[in-house]
Design a protein around this ligand. Structure first.
Ligand SMILES: NC(=O)c1ccc[n+]([C@@H]2O[C@H](COP(=O)([O-])OP(=O)(O)OC[C@H]3O[C@@H](n4cnc5c(N)ncnc54)[C@H](O)[C@@H]3O)[C@@H](O)[C@H]2O)c1
Length: 260
C-alpha cells in the first residue's frame, strides 16, 4: 500500500480508524472522512503520533449528503491527484425495535447513511477510478447483509442493498480495472457494537457482550485490527481477481444453524 491514495469514510472510530492505522503502518496516503469532527481530529492526532510522516487529508463530511460526498472526492483528487482505494465504511445501526414498531425517522436515517451514503461514495469515486483504469473498493455490509438480524429491519435492508450494489459495481466496472468487494463483519468490538449491547441490556451491557460471544464458534468477539488486515488486502494490488464477493468476518458464526 506504500504511496497508495486511500479514502476511508467513518474513519474517526471503530473499523474505519483501525483500517487507518493498518494502512498508515503500510505507508499509504490517507483521506479520512467523518462527520464527528472532534473524534476525527483526535484520530488524526493519534495517527501522527504513531506513524511519523504519515500524510493525512482530514475531511469533515456527512456521507448521506450527496454534495458533501462529491466534495470529499474532489478534495482528495485535488490534493493527491488520484484515488487508488476506497473504504466505503461509514454506517450506523439505528434503534432496535420490531419491524412494525420501528420509528420511521430512524428508519429513513439508517437508509440514508448506510445505503445512499455507500451509493454516493461509489457514484463519485468510480468515474475517477475508471479514468485511471485502476481501483479497489471495499464496501462495508454486515452479517445483516447476508442474514436477518432480530429488531434491525432498516439495518438489514440497507446492508443487503450494500451487498447487492457491490455485486453490480463488480459486474459493471471490472472491465475498467476496478475490483469491488464487500465485507460482512459479525460482532466486532467497536463503539457501535458496544452501543448495541447497551440497547440489548441497558443495566448490564457487559453481560450481553459475554452472552453474545459465548455463541460464536470462536467464543470471542472480533477485534477491529483483524478486520483491518482483511480490508487492507482487498484494497491492495495483491487482490488481483476477487471481485463482487461479500466476505464474512465473523468467526464462522453466519454458517451456524441452531445452538452452538
Ligand atoms: N462493529 C461491528 O461489529 C460491525 C458489524 C457489521 C457491520 N459493521 C459496519 O461497519 C461500519 C463501521 O462500524 P463501526 O462498528 O466501526 O461503527 P462506529 O460507530 O464505531 O464508527 C463509525 C464511524 O462512522 C462515522 N459515521 C457514522 N455516520 C456517518 C455519516 N453519515 N457520515 C460520516 N461519518 C459517519 C461515525 O462518526 C464513526 O466515526 C458500519 O457500516 C457498520 O454498519 C460493523
Amino acid at each position: 500500500m506504500e504511496n497508495k491514495i486511500v479514502i476511508i469514510t467513518g474513519a474517526a472510530l471503530g473499523l474505519g480508524y483501525a483500517a487507518a492505522e493498518e494502512l498508515a503502518s503500510k505507508k499509504a496516503k490517507l483521506a479520512l472522512v467523518d462527520y464527528n469532527e472532534k473524534a476525527l481530529a483526535e484520530a488524526e492526532e493519534k495517527l501522527k503520533e504513531q506513524f511519523s510522516g504519515v500524510e493525512i487529508l482530514k475531511i469533515s463530511a456527512d456521507v448521506s449528503k450527496e454534495d458533501q460526498v462529491k466534495a470529499y472526492v474532489d478534495k482528495t483528487v485535488e490534493k493527491y491527484g488520484r484515488i487508488d482505494a476506497f473504504y466505503n465504511n461509514a454506517g450506523i445501526e439505528g434503534k432496535q425495535a420490531l419491524m412494525a414498531d420501528y420509528d420511521m425517522n430512524v428508519f429513513k436515517t439508517v437508509i440514508d447513511i448506510n445505503l445512499m451514503g455507500v451509493y454516493y461514495g461509489m457514484r463519485y469515486v468510480l468515474p475517477v477510478m475508471k479514468k485511471q483504469g485502476y481501483g479497489r473498493i471495499v464496501n462495508v455490509a454486515s452479517v445483516g447483509g447476508i442474514r436477518g438480524v432480530m429488531n434491525q429491519s432498516p439495518y438489514v435492508a440497507s446492508k443487503h442493498a450494500v451487498s447487492g450494489m457491490t455485486k453490480n459495481a463488480a459486474l459493471e466496472y471490472g472491465q475498467f480495472g476496478i475490483l469491488t468487494n464487500a465485507i460482512a463483519p459479525g460482532a466486532i468490538l467497536t463503539p457501535m457494537v458496544a452501543g448495541s449491547f447497551k440497547q440489548v441490556n441497558p443495566n448490564d451491557p457487559k453481560a450481553a457482550e459475554t452472552e453474545y460471544a459465548s455463541r460464536n464458534p470462536t467464543r470471542a468477539l472480533g477485534d477491529p485490527k483483524d478486520v483491518a488486515k482483511v480490508v487492507s488486502f482487498f484494497l491492495s494490488e495483491d487482490n488481483g481477481y476477487v471481485n463482487g464477493q461479500v466476505v464474512a468476518i465473523d468467526g464462522g458464526e453466519s454458517n451456524m444453524y441452531g445452538t452452538s
